[in-house]
Design a protein. Sequence first.
Length: 100
Amino acid sequence: MSNHNGVLDIRIEGPWREVIMWEVPLLALISEVVHRHHTPSIGTQQAVEHLQTKLQAFKQEVADLDMSRFRLMDFGTRRRYSQDVQQSIVATLKQDFPGL
């Protein structure tokens, strides 16, 4: 790992089946560090409030659809704000989308 003029350069070498296992944890760690540095005051409350606003708009847009057929998956680990925020977001989404 090296830092050249503010650019992080991480290289993991080895067989793909082994190095791919580092992708998600490394990207989650890097994302969390960046978010803590740029917006340290944001926490779970602000994230959930923002999500609630988005959910209200979404529900208005799809009011005439059968939501029982809607499926939702969480792929947010690699780019999450933090573990606490991700867990709060998923818990909030499960209230409206139990199949998450």
